[in-house]
Design a protein around this ligand. Structure first.
Ligand SMILES: Nc1ncnc2c1ncn2[C@@H]1O[C@H](COP(=O)(O)OP(=O)(O)OP(=O)(O)O)[C@@H](O)[C@H]1O
Ligand SMILES: [Mg+2]
Length: 497
């Protein structure tokens, strides 16, 4: 690996800025005993001068409270001289203000004094790894240009192409459409797209969430009411169907509609007319209905909780939205679409995703589908510290669900200055942390496995199979080739694991 060989030639340089000589000494010892090249500065001013004079250190440990210039001030100078400079702040006073200011002015992290040497080391490793990962992302080629998707629906998988075809087919007529699919799959987006492309696009599109309106109010909401028709009906009200005359009404969560209301919807469909609650007159309305649900309507019809005649009226054309996990390569495209939109709205400066983070996103099962993916991209972009989303920026539950292994931190030794070796966070698809040598890692793995139940090699084999599969995004042929196993053996072993 390129960085490992770089490290062999030139160890990462760390600058420690603290006005306390003892702290500088103990930190330098911990870091240099693990192969880092450490320089010290006794004040913020001198630290800044060293960073400006260059070559810039790979990482700066900076004390918050110093006589003379404060750490927060020094941080701002350092980051304005070198916006990519990695800085970890050190503080004995873990106030909310320090933490907030540290992160606001671009520190990578901050650490509390007195130090836990193991923590300091793993922090240094994590910071340097994140920096190396950011550099490694380099030129990023987005899979799509968001401007080409003004429709807002992204997807080139065969299942989504089928959806687009049906949308195209139903726009020419007024046929009733039923859209089904899991939550967050884009049912409302599709309904709007049908409307936009139809001859009704000049008139209203009104979405009604049937699950959100109480049963006793939904009829008044949909059909309106006459003044005095019930307690509280102090004025006449025009309902959504009348307001939507000439347009398209989207009845979302139709499976949650009460039977009495279902009967009235059926009447609109059959006769094209409505009656306001408490009224005697009928009013003609010309409304196209698009309905959506994530419920199993067929089962509801059998259980008699959904009217069979209404079901057939609504279900003239069915669009079944595929779950995101069924859409093959669409995930990276949706990720790029979300990022480019966030950039346009100035909600983020992040425009890239590291290959490892993208592999995690592609492998996740997304129970909340596109909506969940959208939220995850937004959250990750907000906390990303460079111009790319890295694995560390993804929410923990996503990393865990995909099987990115949590940090293993070895127990530090009793001597605070000579700590025990620290296991770095192992991300199976990411390169190992630069300062951990292969020999040290193997020693650690051997000690750990020898102390566990069962012989060492089968455990190691299982662990390596899991990592190879992760690194090859689940491709058994490629994973087997990497490991030097036949695909059959790999398949069998991964089943046993
Ligand atoms: N193919 C897609 N490309 C880009 N964005 C999408 C796509 N599908 C859905 N989205 C976005 O995902 C979010 C959820 O979509 P939408 O509200 O249409 O889903 P839904 O199926 O109606 O969800 P729910 O069942 O929870 O109401 C929206 O912000 C939408 O813009
Ligand atoms: Mg919806």
């Amino acid at each position: 690996m390129a960085f490992m060989s770089d490290v062999a030639v030139k160890p990462p340089a760390i600058l420690v800025i603290d006005d306390d000589a003892e702290i500088r000494y103990s930190l330098s010892r911990v870091l240099s005993s693990h192969g880092y090249q450490v320089t010290e500065a006794p004040s913020g001013e001198q630290g800044i001068a060293l960073v400006k004079a260059g070559p810039a250190p790979d990482l700066v440990f900076l004390d918050v409270r110093m006589s003379g210039m404060s750490g927060i001030e020094a941080l701002q100078h350092i980051r304005s001289a070198n916006p990519k400079q990695l800085v970890v702040l050190m503080t004995a006073f873990g106030t909310a203000q320090t933490a907030i200011e540290a992160m606001k002015y671009g520190a990578f992290d901050y650490v509390m004094k007195p130090f836990d040497p193991a923590k300091v080391l793993s922090l240094a490793q994590n910071a340097l790894k994140a920096h190396a990962d950011l550099r490694a992302v380099g030129d990023y080629k987005p899979t799509i240009n968001a401007d080409d998707y003004r429709e807002g629906i992204v997807g080139s998988s065969p299942v989504m192409q089928d959806v687009f075809k049906i949308i195209g087919q139903v726009t020419a007529s007024d046929v009733t459409v039923m859209i089904t699919g899991e939550s967050g799959t884009g049912k409302e987006l599709v309904a709007r797209s049908i409307w936009k492309h139809s001859h009704r696009s000049g008139k209203a599109f009104i979405a009604v969430n049937c699950a959100a309106i109480p049963d006793n109010l939904i009829e008044s909401e949909l059909f309106g009411h006459e003044k005095g028709s019930f307690t509280g009906a102090t004025v006449q009200r025009i309902g959504k169907f009348e307001l939507c005359d000439g347009g398209t009404i989207f009845l979302d969560e139709i499976g949650d509609m009460a039977l009495a209301t279902q009967t009235k919807i059926l009447r609109v469909l059959q006769q094209g007319e409505i009656q306001r609650v408490g009224g005697t007159e009928t009013h003609r309305v010309d409304v196209r209905i698009i309905a959506a649900t994530n419920k199993d309507l067929e089962a509801m019809v059998k259980a008699k909780s959904f009217r069979e005649d209404l079901y057939y009226r609504l279900n003239v054309v069915r669009i079944k939205m595929p779950a995101l996990r069924e859409r093959g390569d669409d995930t990276p495209q949706i990720v790029d679409f979300c990022l480019q939109n966030l950039l346009k709205q100035r909600k983020t400066r992040v425009s890239k995703v590291s290959p490892e983070a993208m592999a995690v996103l592609v492998r996740h099962r997304w129970p909340g589908n596109v909506r969940e993916l959208e939220n995850v991209i937004y959250r990750s972009a907000v906390i990303a510290q460079g111009d790319a989303i890295l694995v560390k920026d993804l929410p923990e539950e996503i990393r865990e669900a995909v099987g990115v292994i949590a940090p293993l931190v070895a127990t530090p030794s009793a001597d605070p200055v000579v700590p025990a070796p620290v296991a770095v966070p192992v991300v199976p698809i990411a390169p190992a942390a630069p300062v951990l040598t292969l020999e040290a890692a193997l020693d650690f793995v051997f000690t750990e496995l020898a102390g566990a139940d069962g012989p060492v090699l089968p455990q190691l084999e299982r662990a390596m199979i899991k990592r190879a599969l992760a690194a090859e995004a689940g491709d058994e042929t490629k994973a087997a080739k990497r490991l030097g196993l036949t695909k059959a053996v790999l398949h069998k072993r991964s089943r046993e694991a």
